[in-house]
Design a protein around this ligand. Structure first.
Ligand SMILES: NC(=O)c1ccc[n+]([C@@H]2O[C@H](COP(=O)([O-])OP(=O)(O)OC[C@H]3O[C@@H](n4cnc5c(N)ncnc54)[C@H](O)[C@@H]3O)[C@@H](O)[C@H]2O)c1
Length: 420
């Protein structure tokens, strides 16, 4: 009999739903559990509530074939995967309430032989905390010993590192990092992932696996902070930062990343705080990097305000709102923050150009700003604040934007006079 037949995925959002659908397509019976009724209903009707290439077809197939069902409440299974949100609060402290609620919802269902996997990005020690909670509430179960006869169950951490837009491909092909709270837990979780992952399933401890995920994003944040700091230095000394980076990167062992208006998204801008919160006195570089990236956003606001004040009758195109190029995701977006600031201050003079959104986000709509395509903006604006390197903006030829005063935070219009 196969070792893993029934899987419950707790939280069927951007990570949980593709994971549930993929596992269901590999012959396991999967229950997708979510506290949001509309999510449960939508997926049960073989549709999807998130946008991700090819996911609709896969979900439709596994739901119609009966391999993926949904519910607001978990049911007994061989494997429980927890993929719920782990945000930080306004003081940048991790909020684990969803992980704790998800765990509470399965405690009474656990049975000998079960495997509990945490996939949510989490602070160091969270998985061990889950094992402790299970031991407290279910003294009949023993964590991570060999054999099921003595009530052994298994607890492991396996972070998700997929790129939105390529989730289904990367779920299968990326290497995974798997850390159990005991070696037996790691081995069991490895066997589970090997049943549907083509990438390597690298074994480690639960704590190391938690830190691996946080390290990946803190590393990116720190490197971007270096580039952002460099952009401020170049501004002070009137040097072209893009030229400096291009030439420095000709060194065979140098790879400076590109600066921007700050750092956004729900991972890189958030995850370093998980490490900083757990060891404030040891994380000076990470904290400073976060602060540098946050302060770059304020600096762009200052530059934009100074330029706008110099041209009291000019209309201002804010080009891009999303946190990175060619997506519709506004989470933690510094561009959105900059646009909002300018909207509050200058109202109708601000014209938002965001080709990946159909309408203005409500926060901006309240401020009477315009919403237009790039053609209209090029016709009606005299200033452009370039915030996101969308393909649509890259393609605008110099002849069509020569009349603009530009702050180009992404370095895609380098063939004209610019500020950063
Ligand atoms: N989205 C990504 O690209 C990505 C990449 C790597 C890691 N992660 C991490 O994966 C985790 C999940 O992220 P996501 O983007 O899928 O979040 P999401 O918000 O898209 O989905 C999470 C789902 O969990 C549900 N939920 C919350 N509490 C629940 C509970 N107690 N029981 C059942 N369902 C519950 C929510 O209703 C939601 O539908 C986070 O820790 C995130 O940091 C996300």
């Amino acid at each position: 009999m196969p070792e893993f037949q029934k899987v419950a995925v707790i939280g069927i959002g951007y990570i949980g739903l593709p994971t549930a659908a993929l596992i269901a397509s590999r012959g396991m019976q999967v229950l997708g559990v979510d506290t949001k009724e509309d999510v449960v209903r939508t997926v049960a009707s073989a549709a999807i509530h998130i946008s991700e290439p090819d996911l609709d077809g896969l979900v439709s197939k596994v739901v119609s074939g009966g391999a993926l069902t949904t519910s607001a409440k978990p049911q007994p299974a061989d494997v429980f995967i927890i993929a719920v949100p782990t945000p930080v609060d306004c003081e940048h402290r991790p909020n684990l309430s969803s992980v704790n609620a998800a765990l509470e919802s399965i405690l009474d269902l656990l049975a000998p032989g079960n495997l509990v996997i945490l996939e949510s990005t989490s602070p160091i020690g969270t998985t061990e905390g889950i094992a402790r909670r299970i031991s407290e509430r279910r003294p009949d179960l023993h964590i991570g010993t060999n054999g099921t006869e003595n009530g052994a169950i298994y607890v492991a951490y396996c972070p998700e590192r997929v790129l939105p837009g390529r989730i289904l491909t990367e779920l299968v092909n990326n290497d995974r990092c798997i850390g159990g709270v005991t070696p037996a837990c790691t081995r069991r979780a490895q066997r589970f992932y090997k049943s549907f992952v083509r990438g390597a399933c690298v074994a480690t401890t639960a704590r190391a696996a938690e830190l691996v995920k946080l390290t990946e994003n803190a590393f990116r944040d720190t490197n971007i902070a270096f580039a952002n700091e460099l952009s401020l230095i170049c501004d002070r000394f009137d040097i072209n930062v893009w030229e400096v980076i291009d030439i420095a990167n000709r060194h065979p062992r140098v790879n400076v990343l590109r600066p921007g208006p700050g750092v956004g998204g729900h991972c890189i801008a958030v995850d370093p705080w998980f490490i900083i919160d757990s060891a404030p006195e040891l994380t000076r570089v990470m904290r400073t990097s976060r602060e540098v990236n946050l302060s770059k956003t304020q600096k762009v606001v200052e530059w934009a305000c100074a330029l706008i004040e110099d041209h009291p009758y000019a209309n201002v195109a804010c080009c891009g709102l999303t946190f990175k190029a060619n997506v519709d995701d506004l989470r933690e977006s510094p561009s959105m923050e900059i646009a909002l600031h300018l909207a509050v201050k200058y109202g109708a003079r601000i014209k938002i150009v965001e080709p990946n959104l159909r309408r203005l986000p409500p926060e901006l709509a309240d401020h009477q700003v315009g919403f237009m395509n790039i053609d209209e903006a090029l016709r009606s604006c005299e200033i452009a604040i370039l915030l996101v390197d969308h393909d649509e903006f890259k393609m605008v030829p110099l002849a069509e934007r020569r009349h603009l005063d530009v702050i180009d935070t992404r370095g895609i219009w380098q063939d004209m006079p610019r500020r950063t």
